[in-house]
Design a binder for this molecule. Structure first.
Ligand code: PMV
Length: 323
């Protein structure tokens, strides 16, 4: 049977990937680092079937169209090319969170698709090769294949650009609160955003900074030092957004509520309730804290004006097969 179902987690970038060295191969301009979530993710079933006239792609209960569908079909083609398969496929994918709102649905989505499609096609790819395959679908998806704290080494070619676990999910129990502020889809896609990163006057400086901060980030995670970790993570998120804000066209992904959450997190911290934020392309915010502060933070965050929902999560495992 040419069928498989896989699950892959959302990953949250701590040192971001922003801008590409080679667009087509999705080689990142800088090595970067993320953490996999345990709860938020995508489940995808792929079945290659004789007799189908075209690929059928259902995402969250709806037939995918346009760019979204093309991306999936192109990825299926990559897998089909590997085994010289001609059959079209039926793909059914479900996110357990809203997509295209800055929560990295493309990462979990393309990672789950890579695993399910390769298995359904009869391939048994290594973690490294799966990560490389996922990268071609969406750069950050390569970090949703291995679990825990994950580094994506930029590499210099298709062969050596993939992600690996640097610390397992068990290394450090931090809690990750996903603060949902709006379900409105972002106006500029991440793919288009990457393309203009280099137009910011700050970009070259950012690349130097990211190299330094990546080393520092690994050190503080190893030491499980929340204060230093949080400082690097917030500085890095703001650094990336400074590049976005100053690129042509300007990319303003924040809403007033986004800024409010950043500010309350910093205010509470000054008063002794310790947590730190990061943001990707989109308006929603990830807040990191220790388990002892989780309940209190969730209660407080829910009371902030504009907060729709707070999802609790923790450091999780990588992509896995469900069948
Ligand atoms: O993999 P993409 O093309 O969706 O890009 C991800 C970009 C950021 O989320 C902003 C940063 C990152 O490293 O995940």
């Amino acid at each position: 049977m040419m069928r498989a179902t896989a699950w892959a987690p959302v990953n949250v970038a701590l040192i971001k990937y922003w801008g590409k060295r080679k667009a087509k191969l999705r080689l990142p301009a800088n090595s970067n680092l993320s953490v996999c979530l345990e709860q938020l993710g995508t489940e995808t079933r792929v079945e290659f079937k004789k007799g189908l006239s075209e690929d059928k792609v259902i995402i969250d209960g709806q037939a995918a169209r346009g760019r979204e569908r093309d991306r999936v079909v192109k990825h299926l083609d990559r897998v089909r090319d590997m085994v010289k398969l001609e059959f079209k496929a039926k793909v059914v994918s479900k996110n357990n969170f809203p997509k295209s709102v800055g929560l990295s649905s493309s990462a979990s989505g393309l990672a789950a698709l890579s695993l399910a499609a390769s298995k359904a096609a009869g391939l048994d790819l290594s973690e490294k090769d799966l990560s490389r395959l996922a990268r071609l679908g969406s750069g950050s998806a390569c970090r949703s294949i291995p679990g825990g704290w994950v580094e994506w080494k930029a590499g210099s070619s298709d062969k050596d650009s993939y992600a690996e676990t640097v610390f397992s999910a068990k290394h450090w129990d931090v809690r990750i609160l996903v603060v949902l502020l709006s379900f409105e889809q972002k106006r500029v896609s991440t793919t288009d955003g990457h393309a203009v990163a280099g137009t910011s006057v700050f970009y070259q400086e950012r690349l130097r900074w990211a190299r330094r901060k990546l080393r520092e980030m690994k050190r503080v995670i190893e030491k499980r030092d929340l204060a230093s970790f949080g400082e690097v993570m917030e500085d890095e998120a703001l650094n990336m957004h400074a590049v976005m804000l100053t690129s042509r066209p300007n990319l303003i992904y924040w809403l007033p509520e986004t800024v409010r959450v950043m500010q309350v997190v910093q205010d509470w911290r000054e008063k002794g309730l310790e947590s730190y934020f990061t943001i990707n392309t989109g308006q929603n915010v990830f807040v990191f804290c220790l388990p002892k502060d989780e309940d209190r933070l969730v209660r407080r965050l829910k009371q902030v004006k504009g907060v729709i929902e707070v999802r609790r999560d923790r450091v999780g495992r990588g992509a896995r097969l469900l069948t």
